[in-house]
Design a protein around this ligand. Structure first.
Ligand code: ATP
Ligand code: MG
Length: 245
């Protein structure tokens, strides 16, 4: 079976600046990849190429065998199949938690309101927020809002979830509840690409760490190996810096 996501020699420029250089990598079905690397190394850019929030200029990305940038690619269908959660939660403030979650499934997937509601309640239960279905985003903590954002992404039943520093904007005491939802997803076999600075999460949950620097993947390795004996000198320095903090 083909991998869930395949990057073949992809290159991306922002104007003159090359942000990604010859990225070749694959994410297998059910695999959890954690992207690590210094600020500006291209982690966000790389995961945003998967649902075409960023275009590439060279190379090819196959999502479930389909060329993401192909002329016949259907952008709406692609985006409905890639759940995306980032730092800011972006819930609609004027909609209840429940309505935030059912909005896209009813509008895009054409689900009946009753079916969408039932599904949303299940998802809320899964992220530990069944009791907040009728609350408004402003009445929730940051950690709760982020869990709603995850439930909202899951409502499209995407085969892949992308996370870009989902806990970076949270107060420390709320980080754990969001990571634990992500951990649960990983356990259930969700294919995931996560950018995170939570190294304990990376160590525990990742199948593979991709270490990036200056737009390249310098190392792809299992977490045990990455944290104990990274092979690239740049990765060794990164780990040493982490230890120092
Ligand atoms: N829209 C843009 N226009 C021009 N340059 C950009 C744009 N977005 C990102 N870049 C540049 O591309 C490089 C990679 O950025 P990217 O956001 O992917 O890094 P990152 O690894 O996610 O960093 P961080 O850990 O700080 O989030 C950086 O040098 C950044 O300044
Ligand atoms: Mg980033």
């Amino acid at each position: 079976m083909h991998p869930m996501i395949m990057f073949s020699s992809i290159n991306k420029w922002y104007g003159e600046y090359q942000a990604l250089t010859n990225i070749t990598a694959e994410v297998k079905r059910g695999e959890v990849v954690v992207l690590c690397g210094p600020s500006g190394s291209g982690k966000s850019t790389l995961i945003r190429t998967v649902n075409r929030l960023e275009d590439i200029q060279k190379g090819q990305i196959l999502f479930d065998g389909q060329d993401v940038n192909g002329t016949d690619a259907n952008l709406n269908r692609l985006r409905s199949r890639v759940g995306f959660v980032f730092q800011s939660f972006n819930l609609f403030p004027h909609l209840s938690v429940l309505d935030n979650i059912i909005l896209t499934p009813t509008k895009v997937r054409g689900l009946k309101a009753s079916a969408a509601k039932a599904q949303a309640l299940q998802l809320l239960d899964r992220v530990g927020l069944a009791h907040k279905a009728n609350a408004y985003p402003a009445q929730l903590s940051g950690g709760q809002q982020q869990r709603v954002a995850i439930a909202r992404a899951l409502a499209m039943e995407p085969p892949v979830m992308l996370f870009d520093e989902p806990t970076s904007a949270l107060d420390p005491e709320m980080v754990g509840e969001v990571l634990s939802v992500m951990k649960g997803l990983a356990k259930e076999g969700m294919t995931m690409m996560c950018v995170t600075h939570e190294m304990n999460f990376a160590r525990e949950v990742a199948d593979t760490i991709w270490f990036m620097d200056a737009g390249q993947i310098l190392e792809k390795t299992a977490p045990e190996q990455f944290f104990s004996q990274p092979s690239h000198p740049r990765a060794q320095r990164f780990i040493a810096d982490l230890r120092a903090h």
